[in-house]
Design a protein around this ligand. Structure first.
Ligand code: AMP
Length: 288
């Protein structure tokens, strides 16, 4: 695996790959890698001739400075994992390389409704920060294939919107949404899990159990009861729920009354010992 810190070096190398007719797969990450990230690398290896991973903890997407300063960094083991997984190139820029003018341009992305709900409203500015860094990375790497995790469901929709906003450059990029990898307990793998102690890590599996319970108990009609019931379960177990929601799976319009057919996604965000955890589950149409 070749490690690039400078944009020019990476771009020169990518250019030579493209000249040899190689397609480029790209897996952007913030490091502290786990098997969930590696499953994206594996998808990329299947889709593209060359797989590039980036590790960049983007300061502009953290609305909470404490969350940024506590974000885990495990670069040495990340490099080993990526190499073993067959990644051809790692882009590991520093902040100055990504934001040479001291900060991102004050461009505003029109994300519409998507930015007003769920993580959009709970984490002001977060998705603008995500778009800033992802656009920058995409302009640098110019991938043919972009791997994203369903774990960050709303982010997948935001980045799909970003590609629309990027016009022809965006149209050339194919997004692949990869399933969420979980611990045996059902807990969605996440770099933030490293900040949980052993007891909380076990407890955190409740979020997945709650999503399963929503899926099992969901009935056509008003959805308020199930949302309240799950919120109460989380609170009783020491979580501080941010939201328990059901939304249209395509556009995230929150669903209050369900016709039993609309494809839904159940989404939970909850704090456990000051660590914010998110997870989601698709709820397929009832088959008759
Ligand atoms: P992050 O490093 O958290 O920014 O994540 C980088 C990419 O990995 C994003 O597209 C995430 O959605 C994806 N990802 C994170 N956790 C998982 C997981 N448990 N399973 C699959 N993909 C994941």
């Amino acid at each position: 695996m070749i490690l690039f810190k400078k944009i020019t070096d990476l771009r020169n190398w990518l250019e030579s790959q493209r000249k040899n007719g190689k397609s480029i797969g790209f897996v952007p990450t913030m490091g502290a890698l786990h098997p969930g990230h590696l499953s994206l690398i594996e998808t990329s290896l299947n889709k593209a001739a060359v797989t590039v991973c980036s590790i960049f903890v983007n300061p502009t997407q953290f609305n909470d400075p404490a969350d940024f300063s506590k974000y885990p960094v495990t670069i040495e083991s990340d490099i080993e994992l990526l190499e073993a997984a067959g990644t051809m190139a790692l882009f590991l820029p520093d902040v100055k390389e990504i934001y040479p003018n001291g900060g991102p341009a004050s461009k505003k992305y029109d994300l519409g409704y998507l930015e007003t709900v769920l993580d959009g409203s709970s984490r002001p500015g977060h998705f603008q920060g995500v778009c800033t860094v992802v656009e920058r990375l995409l302009e640098i790497v110019e991938p043919d294939h972009l791997m994203l995790g369903q774990k960050d469901y709303q982010q997948c929709l935001v980045i799909t919107r970003l590609l629309e906003l990027m016009g022809d450059t965006g149209k050339r990029i194919q997004i692949h949404i990869c399933p969420t990898l979980r611990e045996k307990s059902g807990l969605a793998m996440s770099s933030r899990n490293m900040r949980l102690n052993m007891a909380d890590r076990e407890k955190a599996a409740l979020i997945h159990q709650c999503l399963l319970q929503i899926r099992n108990e969901l009935e056509a009609g008003k959805l308020n009861n199930i949302k309240q019931k799950i919120t109460a379960i989380l609170i009783s177990q020491g979580f501080r729920p941010d939201y328990v929601e059901l939304a249209n799976a395509r556009n995230l319009t929150l669903t209050e009354v369900w016709d039993g057919k609309e494809e839904l996604v159940a989404l939970i965000a909850a704090f456990l010992s000051e660590v914010r955890l998110i997870d989601n589950m698709l709820i397929q149409k009832a088959t008759e």
